[in-house]
Design a protein around this ligand. Structure first.
Ligand code: NAI
Length: 453
């Protein structure tokens, strides 16, 4: 049988493409080496959010006296993990059921592209060859393991972990050292701190949170420090010796001890060993470059999700997968990265969309930046005793359009898509002024900031 589409990888890009293509009547085969759902459902977005919700409840209960509530708090890690596993099982089961309902076939195997014939592309899975008119490569990404002395030994002994192993820990380590203060590092630091570990984050740059707004990064750091997390910024890790992490700062070597050490210094596209060279798909810095239609350099071969190296986020993967399938179906659709929201699910949450002040200034744009205290939102005040959250909006002075919204405050993760809509639709300040926001909500802060310009 010749399939219309073979998808390599059953993560967010792969399963969403399979759903859309299956619904459109294409005969689809998904080849996935592990469980359906990819990193996001099995060992990424969803498991971490389950853990962080427990952490948030524990934090709120531990500091309940500010709100007139007193409690003795114990975070039971074993119960948290059990619940996490239940949530993951339910969601991955849901993906499989949805595939089945749409007639999408799934094979558990490591797929390898073998070549091209008049019938299409041949892919090997468990020593059987499958042929399809089109391919979608959605093989995702894996944690970067740096060539730091002692890392390999640490990984073998279990003292050094990637996020995958950290999410499977059965006990809370007494001390937890995080290498890399990006999204994964901060979320994991947040959970293990709430769960009772002594947490230290070592970051090479002089700020945490990667490309998030500089002021917001500082605020996040001070909030996490108040919770007891230590930060070593501008520090380069030089060696790991069974949990002892050596690092260099200003020419001096220092060290910190960890029962467990997490490596979270970024992820790399999974392109090795999948046979890209057999059909001539090119890679750049290990990822597969695509055009705005998610097409690779080879006809009828598409790529979507982390493997294209653009924006390693599940929601970007969803949209890229949709763009790929729509183009396969002959519908005009193209990918834009102007308004991809980014969220860090710490407590407090950080979320942003569009340009930060630094990005706009680097581009030489003439912008107005307004920072507004979250306490202008009555609901924020009611729910965040002593909270110091802010929203920062960036407006292009030439067009009077909103081009960026960045905030630190709980609910930011749920509010940011509204801001994303404004940025994506290129709304002007005057247009946004006419939008009615529900009151009292934390999201009203966007309206407040727009009127304070
Ligand atoms: P990241 O790129 O967000 O952060 C890595 C950090 O490690 C950077 O701040 C970098 O400066 C630092 N670093 C690099 N080498 C270092 C070294 N040798 N020593 C100390 N620091 C070093 O990468 P991360 O956190 O591993 O996340 C990977 C991907 O997963 C990201 O693309 C992220 O967007 C995605 N992700 C998204 C989540 C979300 O949307 N909430 C949650 C988790 C992951």
């Amino acid at each position: 049988m010749i399939y219309d589409l073979i998808i390599l990888g059953g993560g967010p890009a792969g399963y969403l493409a399979a759903e859309r293509a299956g619904k459109a009547g294409l005969k689809v085969l998904v080849i996935e080496k592990d469980n359906m759902g990819g990193v996001c459902l099995n060992e990424g977005c969803i498991p971490t959010k389950t853990l962080l919700y427990s952490a948030k409840i524990a934090d709120s209960a531990a500091h309940g006296e500010k709100y007139g509530v007193k409690a003795n708090v114990l975070l039971d890690h074993a119960v948290v993990m059990k619940r996490k596993n239940k949530v993951v099982k339910k969601l991955t089961g849901g993906v499989r059921a949805s595939m089945k309902a749409l007639g999408v076939e799934i094979i558990k195997a490591f797929g390898i592209i073998k070549g091209q014939s008049a019938d299409g592309y041949t892919v090997d899975a468990n020593d059987t060859e499958y042929i399809a008119k089109r391919l979608l490569i959605a093989t995702g990404s894996s944690p970067v393991v740096p060539p730091i002395p002692g890392v390999d030994t640490g990984l073998k002994s279990g003292a050094v972990l990637t996020s995958t192993e950290a999410l499977a820990l059965t006990e809370v380590p007494k001390s937890f050292v995080v290498i890399g203060g990006g999204v994964i590092g901060l979320e994991m630091a947040g959970y293990f701190n709430s769960a009772g570990a002594t947490v230290t984050v070592i970051e090479m740059l002089d700020k945490i949170g990667g490309s998030i707004d500089d002021d917001i990064a500082k605020k996040l750091q001070s909030n996490l420090e108040k919770k007891g997390i230590s930060f070593k910024l501008g520090c380069k890790v030089t060696k790991i010796d069974n949990g002892k992490v050596f690092f260099e700062a200003n020419g001096e070597i220092d060290s910190v001890d960890g029962d467990k050490v997490l490596l979270s210094i970024g992820r790399r596209a999974n392109t090795a060993g999948i046979g890209l060279e057999n059909i001539g798909v090119v890679t750049e810095h290990g990822a597969i470059p695509t055009d705005e239609y998610q097409k690779t350099n080879v006809p009828e071969v598409y790529a979507a999700g982390d493997v294209d190296g653009q924006s390693m986020l599940a929601h970007t993967a969803y949209r890229e997968a949709e763009v790929a399938v729509n183009n396969m179906l002959g519908e005009h659709d193209s990918m834009r990265y102007t308004a991809v929201p980014a969220v860090i699910y710490t407590n407090p949450e950080v979320a942003g969309v569009g340009m930060t002040e630094a990005m706009a200034k680097e581009k030489g744009m003439d912008v107005t930046v307004k920072t507004v205290n979250m306490n202008y939102s009555g609901r924020y005040m009611a729910e965040n005793e002593g909270g110091d959250g802010v929203i920062k909006i960036v407006v292009d002075n030439q067009s009077n359009k909103l081009i960026g919204v960045h905030m630190i405050a709980n609910y930011a993760s749920e509010i940011i898509y509204g801001a994303g809509l404004m940025v994506e639709r290129e709304m002007t300040v005057n247009e946004i002024k006419k939008i009615i926001f529900p009151h009292p909500t934390v999201g009203e802060i966007i309206r407040e900031a727009i009127f304070q310009l």
